[in-house]
Write a new protein. Structure first.
Length: 197
């Protein structure tokens, strides 16, 4: 069996956006399969009792500056959005709808780009519908699909699985049962895939 990296992500996380611009090449360089794992970060926070950074002024101020520095360091386009934090429920449900159409990767990149470089409010169904039409998904089908109970349950189920596996933030990566958390641990992911850790 080949190597596989499971990448737990939520569009609301700036560090996850930055990591999403790097993880594919790391997997490609190491001959590893990348499995995108959408989940709801807010759902995890609620379940485990974690306080979002936005509610801690000193931490939020640091993170805001640090993500700007991180984006510069990795040469990633980045603008801290006016709409923060993002209510990512609809957009994360949309990942499962996009997956049904074989468009998950394109969808992920488009959502991250829209929010973290253009500040588009991805909480609105009409905005999501317009966005997915540009990557070849029917907007009306998509908007209806993300409102269906099956998709809502899927996101809840995958979020619960993430919690059971020990996920407490994003991005979180698994290689087998080995867990790595944070954009700054992608180098460790790379080393682990190379057998250096």
């Amino acid at each position: 069996m080949g190597k596989k990296v499971e990448f737990y992500y939520d569009f609301s996380s700036p560090y996850t956006y930055i990591a999403s611009t790097r993880i594919e090449k790391i997997c490609e360089d190491n001959g590893a399969e990348l499995e995108w794992k959408p989940f709801l970060l807010g759902g995890v926070f609620n379940e485990i009792g974690s306080t979002p950074a936005l509610q801690i002024d000193n931490k939020f101020n640091y993170i805001r500056n640090d993500t700007i520095d991180s984006a510069k360091h990795y040469k990633v386009d980045f603008t801290f959005p006016e709409f923060f934090p993002l209510n990512s429920v609809r957009s994360m449900r949309g990942a499962f709808a996009a997956q049904e159409k074989g468009k998950l990767v394109e969808y992920n990149h488009e959502m991250f780009r829209l929010y973290w470089t253009q500040g588009v409010d991805l909480s609105k169904s009409e905005i999501l519908g317009e966005a997915v039409s540009k990557i070849g998904i029917d907007a009306e089908w998509f908007v209806n699909r993300i409102a269906e109970q099956e998709i809502k349950d899927k996101l809840r189920h995958e979020t619960n699985i993430a919690i059971e596996r020990g996920v407490f933030g994003a991005p979180t990566m698994f290689i087998g049962e080995k867990m790595f958390w944070g954009n700054d641990r992608l180098d460790f992911v790379d080393d682990y895939l190379k057998g250096k850790l």
